[in-house]
Design a protein around this ligand. Structure first.
Ligand SMILES: Nc1nc2c(ncn2[C@@H]2O[C@H](COP(=O)(O)OP(=O)(O)OP(=O)(O)O)[C@@H](O)[C@H]2O)c(=O)[nH]1
Ligand SMILES: [Mg+2]
Length: 297
């Protein structure tokens, strides 16, 4: 596969490459190696939050703002495994149709289920593809439930967490670990009652957690739309004071660790693990020796 059409921004070539990357096609890695030197320019924005918070609506409006700036935008929508949101990809397609005729917008949904070799690895590779293809902004939308999704949101240089008033589960969001990764809080559906209350609760929680870092809190109505420009400006302000290149070594340390771990694990067939596990369960061998032998083999 030649990287040239991708580097020139050919949407069909990008789409084909995205499919190969998602399916862990044998040629994908060679392609990514060639694309890598052309990456490092795009701004990566993460949009996450509880199911139904309005992430897709917000993302679609965010794309509109970015387009107004003349930027080319790629959207990576990570669809959750949950059967309750099984229709999300279709819904997102419909919401994103506003951008369908716009060649400056590229939208890709990937399913949580069946992403070979790990979802966050596939998501990272896709962002590299979009970056090399010359997209100026990449928006990653994930549901903020589950470690995988939280990991993926953290691929972004700036994470916007979308919350909604009156869900009564503000504490749940804290538990889900998405509060910690937010640089900008978007209180969406501010047209519904309780947005002000949620904002003051949030400010209180944040002051307890980390008084020195105060993420921006923006009230928005994604359907209006309102508060979108302000959200983007808050993200940009964060990026100005925290340039992505400064965090790059730390991000790559995490990613390299994951890649090496995945490669090591891939060398041991699952059946072998089970055989060793049976031996450990039967007390024929201790788990320390078993782990050492697996590594050795
Ligand atoms: N009242 C109101 N409704 C909104 C607002 N933003 C989104 N919605 C509605 O909320 C519903 C969910 O919106 P989505 O954008 O699909 O939410 P999501 O977070 O992407 O949902 P999942 O991907 O399923 O987790 C839709 O019916 C939207 O029209 C808003 O600001 N106010
Ligand atoms: Mg959605």
């Amino acid at each position: 596969v030649s990287p040239d059409p991708i580097l020139e921004g050919d949407l069909r070539a990008i789409s084909r490459a995205a499919t190969r990357i998602e399916n862990r096609h044998p040629e994908a890695e060679a392609l990514l190696k060639e694309l890598f030197p052309h990456t490092g320019r795009a701004e990566l924005l993460g949009v996450t939050g509880p199911p139904g918070a309005g992430k897709s609506t917000f993302t679609s409006e965010l794309v509109r703002e970015l387009r107004r700036e003349g930027r080319r935008v790629a959207v990576l929508a990570v669809d959750p495994t949950s059967p309750f949101t099984g229709g999300a990809i279709l819904g997102d397609r419909i919401r994103m149709q506003a951008h369908h005729a716009d060649p400056g917008v590229f939208i890709r949904s990937i399913a949580t289920r069946g992403a070979l070799g790990g979802l966050s690895a596939a998501a990272l590779d896709l962002t590299l593809l979009f970056d090399a293809a010359g997209f100026d902004s990449i928006v990653i939308e994930t549901v903020g439930v589950g470690q995988d999704e939280v990991d993926i949101a953290q691929l972004a240089h700036c994470v916007l967490v979308v919350l909604v008033p009156g869900m009564g589960d503000d504490v749940q969001a804290v538990k889900a670990g998405i509060m910690e990764i937010a640089q900008v809080f978007v209180i969406n559906k501010a047209d519904l009652p309780g947005a002000g209350k949620l904002e003051s609760e949030l400010r209180f929680l944040l002051s307890l957690a980390a008084p020195e870092i105060q993420p921006a809190i923006i009230q928005a109505v994604a359907t209006a739309p309102s508060g979108i420009r302000e959200s983007l400006e808050a993200a940009r302000q964060y990026l100005m004071s925290h340039p992505p290149r400064l965090g790059a070594v730390q991000r790559w340390t995490t990613r390299l660790r994951e890649m090496v771990r995945a490669r090591l694990m891939a060398r041991v067939p699952a059946a072998d693990f089970e055989t060793w596990a049976q031996a450990v369960a039967a007390r024929e061998i201790d788990p320390y020796t078993a782990a050492a032998r697996i590594l050795h083999a």
